[in-house]
Design a protein. Structure first.
Lengths: 327, 388
């Protein structure tokens, strides 16, 4: 297991710096006849959406034609998100107006799902709208592995979140929900998926032939469901991940993360049910898998955590004798 | 090359409209430049960005000189003469300041966006702008991002460039992000200085009249403000910052004042400097403290005449754009260009607000007029309509 994970980390984990030459990516894209679409799902993002559109449009459409089309798909913002986006020439859509015959559900997953219908690309790149330090790497880093390697179907972004460290080695991991909920669940049930450093990141690029074949929870569970379903169907080899360095965004309250965790847990348990794993739980793993990074090299840290249980004290003969308890 | 100034002026409105097509390219450059911290003396990352852009645009002679300036040449059809287009790359903000920019439909907000991320962005976007407008010059354009411009930097970058430059420069344009309508064609006499009060360790706090460094420095400021200053030619005294002390009740042992004197009258700055040095010595002696005066930067006044063809062209261009010229002398790059004998002006590209504050902002809409102004001025110089 660890060998497979290490091999995958070596071959399918990238750093955005490897793809600095956007012109080369454009040439490769054109050689393969690929069309690439960018989707930015929004809900009240007036403060950050303008910058994203200006930078993506300038750098990835006008300067280097990497992106063939991009759209803002909105869940019904009450601020000026759509006004700002359209003022810089973005195509804007209300999720409710796309495929109206299937109805309207409110949630980010709904926007991502409807983007498959609205956009024409062979690869769809999803980038959240709340990124304060937006840069072309947020697209190039995750789309490049799919352009360069036909076997990769789904590429996730991850971000360096360095904690205090005094040597060359530092801990690396996801956000709070990833570390507290997702990583323990994956360690127990799908150990190979612990290779994904930030499975919940909102930036990912996927091939259309994958997107059109997987269901989309509309709420918090969409990223988790994607990962589980793609893994079940195509295995670990279909994934890649790319380090995009820092991502600055607004921090969520613990309360909000609680709601998010509840939604993710629902999705996760539903998946266990549909995979027939609830009645036939696999032998529970005792290895917990985290990461450490040295420079741009990542490796898994496995720790054996065995939750040994003591029996009720009343069953211990010495206790029975001391307190005069008879069987 | 344009045939006459009239045809250049007539094309300004068309250019202003056409320039909307480069909006995202220009704004993206301004945003990315603005998000690279660039305090005076720490501009290397910004200059590298400039240099990469020059490379992407296929410019020539791309180089980063010993002073850290980033230069490139957009070759002209004939290339016999050179026009310098420069913008300072440093800001008043230190590296720890959050440099994230935010964009609305009408403007951009963030530290240094107007002074001078937009100016630099105009320089790096200029080759693409000219390509799209199908404008070619006979002269070479030297595009220069200057380092060490502000405060203690004392125009170190442009000084170095002008001292070591071998190319004959026909005229210079210093580009500032804000304000549109700015027309600087003269350098103002300037003194930028610091006064520091230090209370010696053996100071007798019990003696009559003893006071801390802040009170003594206040006395110095009061005496300076009593110096008569002429209204004409305009002379200004700016008290920029004052620092001293640590708490409510601890006697401060040091205090510092930073100030600037500007005057269009020859010799006035030297005259005021002499009076201030006298005040400093007098209060230092009477208070038994150490008061030091140190000059950080000085400029001599000088410049073009109001009727110089370069200035005249600029006025006509602004008039065509319906922008009222705001004539103000400069203490920036322009003063060095003029001192070197290069006919030059400083212009602004758009309206801005809260300059050098954390919430500095620029308006997007006027930028296109600002760029049309820059292009028209370049055409005028290239066409020989700005030569004396």
């Amino acid at each position: 297991m660890s060998k497979k994970i290490d091999k995958w980390l070596e071959s399918n984990t990238f750093h955005h710096g490897e793809f600095w030459d956007i012109l080369k990516l454009v040439e490769e894209k054109e050689k393969k006849g690929l069309k690439i679409s960018l989707c930015i799902p929004t809900l009240n993002e007036e403060k950050t959406i303008g910058k994203e559109i200006v930078i993506f449009k300038s750098e990835l459409m006008e300067r280097y034609p990497l992106i063939d089309e991009f759209a803002v798909i909105d869940s019904g913002s009450e601020d000026k998100t759509l006004e700002v986006a359209s003022s810089f020439g973005a195509d804007t859509y209300l999720a409710a107006d796309i495929l109206p015959e299937v109805g309207d559900k409110r949630g980010k997953g709904e926007n991502l799902w409807k983007a498959i219908y609205q956009l024409k690309g062979d690869i769809i790149v999803y980038v959240d709208a709340d990124i304060k330090n937006i840069h072309p790497r947020f697209v190039t880093g995750i789309v490049a592995p799919l352009i360069n390697n036909d076997t990769i179907k789904y590429c996730k972004a991850f971000y360096d979140r360095p904690m205090a460290y005094s040597t060359g080695i530092r801990s690396s991991g996801g956000g709070r929900v990833t570390e507290i909920l997702i990583r323990p669940l994956f360690s127990l049930f799908f150990p190979e998926l612990t290779s994904l450093i930030q499975p919940l990141s909102g930036e990912f690029a996927v091939r259309r032939d994958v997107l059109e074949r997987i269901p989309f929870p509309i709420g918090y569970g969409v990223e988790t469901a994607h990962i589980l379903d793609v893994y079940q169907e195509w295995g670990l080899e279909a994934f890649a991940q790319c380090d995009l360095d820092q991502r600055i965004h607004r921090n969520q309250s613990t309360n909000a993360l609680g709601k998010m965790s509840f939604g993710i847990l629902q999705t996760f348990l539903n998946r266990l049910k549909s995979y027939g794993m609830v009645d036939k739980l696999p032998e529970l793993a005792t290895f917990y898998r985290q990461f450490q990074a040295e420079g741009n090299r990542y490796e898994q840290l496995t720790r054996e955590i065995v939750e040994y249980e003591r029996p009720p004290m009343v069953t211990i003969p010495a206790y029975q004798e001391k307190f005069g308890i008879e069987e | 090359m344009a045939k006459d100034l009239k045809s250049i002026l007539e094309s300004i409105h068309t250019h202003r409209e056409s320039l909307h097509s480069v909006r995202e390219l220009l704004l993206a450059n301004a945003l990315m430049i603005g998000e690279i911290p660039s305090p005076t003396g720490g501009e290397a990352d910004r200059i590298t960005f400039l240099s990469n852009r020059y490379t992407e645009d296929g410019l020539q002679n791309i180089s980063i000189d010993q002073a850290g300036n980033g230069m490139a040449i957009l070759p002209g059809k004939k290339g016999k003469k050179n026009i310098l287009v420069c913008a300072h790359a440093d800001t008043v903000f230190n590296k720890k300041v959050d440099h994230a920019m935010s964009v609305t439909a009408d403007g951009i907000m963030g530290p240094g966006i107007g002074d001078n991320s937009l100016g630099l962005a105009a320089i790096v976007t200029l080759p693409e702008i000219l390509r799209r407008l199908n404008i070619n010059f006979d002269d070479n354009l030297i595009l220069l991002g200057c380092t060490d411009s502000l405060g203690r930097g004392d125009l170190g970058g442009i000084r170095f460039f002008l001292k070591n430059n071998k190319l004959p420069i026909r005229a210079g344009i210093s580009v500032e992000g804000i304000q549109l309508g700015r027309l600087s064609y003269a350098a103002v006499g300037m003194l930028r200085a610091e006064i520091t009060v230090n209370v010696p360790s053996g100071y007798d706090w019990a003696r009559f009249g003893a006071s801390g460094a802040v009170a003594i420095l206040t006395k110095v400021v009061q005496r300076i403000t009593e110096i008569p200053i002429p209204m004409q030619p305009p002379t200004q005294m700016i008290f920029g910052s004052i620092n001293g002390g640590t708490s409510f009740s601890t006697r401060p042992t040091s205090a510092n004042l930073r100030f600037e004197i500007r005057s269009e009258k020859t010799g006035m700055v030297d005259e005021l400097k002499e009076k201030i040095v006298d005040i400093v010595e007098e209060i230092g002696n009477s208070s038994e403290t150490e008061i030091t005066f140190s000059s950080v930067a000085e400029r001599q006044p000088g410049g073009l005449e109001f009727g110089h063809p370069l200035v005249k062209s600029m006025r006509k261009i602004l008039d065509t754009l319906d922008v009222k010229p705001r004539v103000e002398p400069s203490v920036g790059e322009l003063s060095q260009l003029i001192e070197t004998g290069i006919p030059s002006v400083t212009l602004g590209l758009t309206r801005g607000h809260n300059k050098n504050e954390f919430n500095e902002s620029i308006d997007i809409r006027p930028i296109f007029g600002g760029l049309a102004q820059l292009i028209a001025l370049l055409q005028s110089i290239d066409g020989g309509f700005c030569d004396e």
